[in-house]
Ligand binder design. Structure first.
Ligand SMILES: [Zn+2]
Length: 493
């Protein structure tokens, strides 16, 4: 018996499908076949062509597609060497089946799908996975749109009817509903954002805005809750929301840049945690931030986790110790609060020492520069840049679509992919801690220090001070305060 080496002939599979589409452009299978044949004839002149066709069938539903099944059987049988289709979603729009198909193609030695719209879809590339996800997203979006007409309206970027501080309702040049910026209110929002990020309490911000003559939306006095509301509203960042879900950019001008808005939100929402020396996390709730000293029960700026014991790592608490018949405030490692009675130090000189150290450091430009370069600065910048790039990309796509370079279907799918990515970026940015670099209110804080409430002072300290570590007094002599108290700055961590 003679073995004949068989060199497999090239066989190009041309897959054509038109889905039932009432509004979009219809591309008949005849046209698709013609494009496929032209492409194949030019690229693989000697190849055999096989056409697989499904007419009026959707790739998104689980309907049987005889042409597609035939194609897959041919692929599995090793009868196909190249595949062409108009766009990847004609073959498979569902995510999991697409990965299955890709796996079968790769198993048959086919590592790419040639398309008219998507170019060469490389199967071993992450790009094709992403495209499949975009296609799945497009179907999900389409279904959702049919279900929810009001979401569809919101998607168009029209503002809701709510009154938002910083804006007034009006119409644009085309007579559609629009939001117009009220300049003096917008200034107030920007100032308030900087103040919050610099450690001002919401109460202090509300008071200051009231003093500057601002009133709430309904003419009411601005309070803590209204200030929180106006700063955290997605509207001020130019974002539109439907049922709590951010849908993308509105057609109005944002007052706060997105990274600033996200930082303010991060700052005002959810407890922040401080890691203690014993490895446990100490939650700093925003109640402490928004309220006043009497509400949180704090009477000293270093208590509540800022000052810790050098010996056992427990947070120091405030107490009063009798000295020559008079009770004097002390900072102590309290067994009742998880300590071991290791250290005790006079409260007032310690407070003064830490405050003096802070203001001395603030005089050094290098100190602020080091703080500005916190560990998240680079990532924050990257995310903000990525969001801006997404905007640009969205604009380019819209331009391409308007110029006829892209079908409505493709454009919708591409946009859905961008929105998904945008949500992910925004979520990550929101999860980063507030930027300590926004120090616009710090000069004011220094001057206002004597008049500040304890909570406000504590907030300013927390912006800069990681921990105040108090050690034991050396045996047999009186130690200077700087021998016993070490201020650990945030930038040094
Ligand atoms: Zn201790």
């Amino acid at each position: 018996m003679t073995l004949v080496a068989v060199v497999p002939a090239m066989a190009v599979a041309i897959y054509c499908r038109i889905s039932i589409d009432k509004s979009g452009r219809r591309e008949g299978v005849e046209a698709q076949e013609r494009w496929g044949r032209e492409y194949a004839a030019e690229r693989w002149p000697d190849a055999m062509m096989r056409v697989f066709t499904d007419n009026n069938l959707s790739a998104a539903r689980d309907n049987r597609r005889p042409g597609y099944d035939e194609l897959r059987a041919a692929i599995r049988a090793g009868e196909i060497t190249h595949v062409w289709t108009v766009e990847q979603s004609r073959l498979e729009r569902r995510k999991a089946p697409w990965f299955e198909l890709a796996a079968e193609l790769i198993a048959s030695g086919i590592h790419e799908v040639h398309t008219r719209r998507d170019g060469l879809v490389r199967l071993d590339d992450i790009g094709s996975d992403v495209r499949a996800i975009v296609n799945a997203q497009y179907v999900a979006d389409l279904k959702k749109k049919i279900r929810d007409k009001s979401a569809e309206l919101a998607r168009e970027g029209r503002p809701t009817g709510a009154i938002v501080f910083g804006y007034r309702h009006g119409v644009d040049e085309l007579g559609r509903k629009a939001l117009h910026v009220v300049p003096e209110q917008a200034d107030a929002v920007r100032w308030a954002a900087d103040a919050v990020l610099s450690g001002w309490s919401l109460t202090a911000v509300a008071d200051e805005l009231t003093e500057r003559g601002h009133r709430g939306a309904q003419g009411a006095r601005l309070r803590t809750s209204s200030v929180r509301c106006l700063l955290t509203s997605p509207t001020v960042a130019g974002l539109r929301v439907h049922q709590g879900e951010i849908l993308g950019r509105g057609n109005w001008t944002p007052i706060l840049p997105e990274d600033v808005w996200q930082s303010v939100r991060a700052r005002l929402s959810g407890p922040r945690t401080i890691r203690r020396r014993d490895g446990r996390d100490y939650p700093v709730s925003d109640a402490m931030f928004a309220g006043n000293a009497s509400r949180t029960g704090r009477r000293y700026q270093l208590t509540g986790g800022l000052a810790v014991c050098a010996v056992c790592g427990a947070p120091l608490s405030g107490c009063r110790v009798k000295r020559a018949g008079n009770p004097v405030p002390y900072l102590r490692c309290q067994p009742s609060r998880g300590g071991r009675a290791c250290v005790g130090i006079l409260m007032q000189p310690t407070d003064n020492y830490v405050t003096d150290r802070l203001f001395a450091e603030l005089d050094k430009p290098a100190f602020l520069a080091a703080l500005a370069a916190d560990e998240h600065t680079a990532r924050r910048g990257e995310l903000a840049a990525a969001l801006t790039a997404l905007d640009a990309q969205r604009g380019e796509l819209a331009g391409l679509w308007a110029a006829g370079g892209m079908s409505t279907t493709e454009w919708t799918a591409a946009r859905a992919g961008l929105e998904q990515r945008e949500q992910a970026l925004r979520a990550e940015l929101g999860a980063l801690p507030a930027a300590p670099a926004r120090l616009a209110g710090i000069e004011g804080a220094r001057e206002a220090w004597p008049a500040m409430t304890l909570d406000e002072r504590r907030e300013v300290l927390r912006l800069f001070v990681a921990r105040v570590v108090v050690d034991r007094a050396p045996a047999g002599r009186r130690a200077a305060i700087e021998e016993r108290v070490t201020v650990e700055w945030r930038s040094a961590r």
